[in-house]
Design a binder for this molecule. Sequence first.
Ligand code: ADP
Ligand code: MG
Length: 575
Amino acid sequence: MRTHHDLKNTLEAIDGRGYKAYKDLRGSYRFENFTLAVDHVQGDPFATPSRLRVELAHEVSQLPDWARSSKTRRVALADYLIRSFARAVRATVKGNRGSGKGGRIEIDTPHQEVIERSAARIHPNRIELRFFAGLPAFGRRVAGREALAMLLEEIPRLVERALLFENLNPDELRRQIETVEDAEHLRALLAERGAVAFVADGALLPRLSGADDRPMEAADALPFESPPELRVTVTLPNRGIVTGMELRRGVTLIVGGGYHGKSTLLRALERGVYNHVPGDGRELVITTAGAYKIRAEDGRSVERTCITPFIANLPRGGDTDAFRSQDASGSTSQAANIIEALEAGAGTLLIDEDTSATNFMIRDHRMQELIAAKQEPITPFVDKVRQLFDELGVSTVLVLGGSGDYFDVADEVIAMEEYRPRRVTDEARVIADRIRTERRSEGGREFGRRTARSPLPKSLDPSKGRHDAKTKSYGVSEIAFGRHSIDLQAVEQIVDSSQTRALADALLYARSIMDGERTVAEILHAVELAVEEGGLDVLSDRRPADLARFRPLELAAALNRLRTLRVNQTRAGGG
Ligand code: ADP
Ligand code: MG
């Protein structure tokens, strides 16, 4: 392998030459303590910075065994090292060198969640860290001396400062690992306990703002306090005994006056499928992995989805067994979102009235009298939510302050009062007995027909101009798939643009295993298995430095929002 001396020689040789000469740097170089690899060289000083990789043996970093003794710990450690590297960059990198993005060093820095990322991976014998560096230029000429300072001085200093155990804060690292491990443990515990969510006493749910996911200032926020009847005690491997509110499987209703914290609770549950960093406030707000937010999303496309359980007899004979639309309504989009979520394996649905179609959620007695069932294609959710659980084992947590019709079908009713939850299940039952709604349940005794769908690979065309496969993501909520754009704004549990980038790659991967026979569920399973076994690298042949793990549910969401998607409805999926 070449050494840092070779790197130095090359840089001196190409100094002052055209920017393309930087391509000579590609490859790996042995430094005293680590290996530096140049995986990709940017085309010009203004392009996306070049991709670099550092590999450092545990013998050198002296990272202790306890920090990497399980997959969960390794993910938490990797996340910690990325943040540590980002901190070191902020503290020491001077930034601009010459023109364009020269001199910049960037790493795919996480937010409040701790998610598996391609930016760092803990191997059995070494750490691998990937990041971006803008190779310096004057005009469009190689700035050799600046590059030398960057690659041979700055980066070794960063490695030392950010990755050597002796330069880390061991208590902070331990706290991070223990926090993530407790969260992961608690999520596994939920399944054993027959629960779908846990919110620890003392948790801090509200955020700084709608656009800032960090916790609200402690002085302003009321810590969570569980209702005594729903309070349980769990024992975690690190924190030990913890108390909190447990939401059990079944149908849970969250009611209460406007502005009393209902949506804040539900949003924390949505994010509870992720683990959070220490200090986030939601470290022990945990939801089962299969919990999926459902909302109305008018305007989205839907491809041959059997929405008959919710919607049948559309005017002009629209086929709801294979419903297809390029512009679904509020209610049909919400129905499709549920059916697709079931197809993708969702075990719990999270629904907020704020983002639901009213006519999908409720249809009261008076309206039933005025508009005969025959004239109303929609079977409201209130008539399906029990069947979802009793027949399919799918739980629902529902925020609904506006209709008591759900009292009849709820297992548990929780009222939010000035940000405090109170169990009002018994009161709700008494009221439901005293004031009968007189409404007739609609939509039959069973949940209804379900079909499986098999995507046609030809319908996913990622080509664009002369490129035969081009996907790209913009921020958290848009993927450009060839000439087509996938809008993910309503897929609220995608929390990181690196997940969106990974989804863009995963769609191509998924396409490669589609054959018109394999069902959506089978394809999602295959992709998940590949990523679980081979890491995010399996999604790309370019050693990606900025991908983050996503759930099969979000991959399904991206696929289902591709407007060109075509499927065969193949085998019956049950029902
Ligand atoms: P609802 O859905 O019941 O109308 P929200 O959940 O939207 O209410 O909350 C209303 C406001 O109260 C939000 O601005 C939110 O940040 C704030 N809030 C929610 N929970 C808390 C809390 N525990 N402490 C302080 N403020 C809170
Ligand atoms: Mg609300």
